[in-house]
Design a protein around this ligand. Structure first.
Ligand code: MN3
Length: 199
């Protein structure tokens, strides 16, 4: 089915006081995310993927050698990644639900250690990509990093939290300081209720 650009779940200026400016969201959502939607729709038109869900397209085109499938994968996965990313943030500084706090403490030792691991994964991703908190098929929580548009669906994992570490995500607000962007994301921007709902 055709991809559609979802509206942001908040106003473009809603996160400005928390470290993600209106200008960043105008470029990132209205231009970058829209380009993945538009290019993806052009590439899947008339192919076997046209009637499939975005999740089916991602899993079905991941790591295939045909160049045409790479283009479809990149745009489909980036469309999905960004749709999740907008929902994983919010302006209300949502408190972390107890269920999530317990799960993070069990897996990482403490919430602080989880944040440290997540920030290190994002800072350590060489070039463009994403940092993730995932739930594995066996239920274990893990921090991972992926390159470009690759995401947890490719590995049969559930994405609980993702942070875009492409330069377009932070350069307006944080310039080259990706670690500061990641720390700010974890401390101010994450909607922990949304993360907990994915458990
Ligand atoms: Mn992006």
């Amino acid at each position: 089915m055709a991809f559609t650009l979802p509206d942001l779940p908040y106003a473009h200026d809603a996160l400005a006081a928390l470290g993600m400016s209106k200008e960043t969201l105008e470029y990132h959502h209205d231009i970058h995310h829209k380009a993945y939607v538009d290019n993806g729709n052009k590439l899947i038109a008339g192919t076997e993927w046209e009637g499939k869900t975005v999740e089916e397209i991602i899993v079905g085109t991941y790591n295939k050698t045909a160049v045409a499938q790479n283009g479809i994968f990149n745009n489909a996965s980036q469309h999905w990644n960004h749709a999740q990313f907008w929902e994983m943030m919010g302006p209300n500084g949502a408190a972390m639900p107890g269920e999530l706090e317990s799960a993070l403490t069990e897996s990482f030792g403490s919430v602080a250690k989880f944040k440290e691991d997540f920030a290190a994964a994002g800072a350590g991703q060489f070039g463009s990509g994403w940092a993730w908190l995932v739930k594995d098929a066996d239920g274990a929580l893990k921090v991972t990093k992926t390159e470009n548009g690759v995401n947890p669906l490719c590995f049969g994992q559930t994405a609980l939290l993702g942070c875009d570490v492409w330069e377009h995500s932070y350069y307006i607000d944080f310039r080259n300081k990706r670690p500061a962007y990641l720390t700010n994301f974890l401390d101010k921007l994450v909607n922990w209720e949304n993360v907990a709902s994915r458990l």
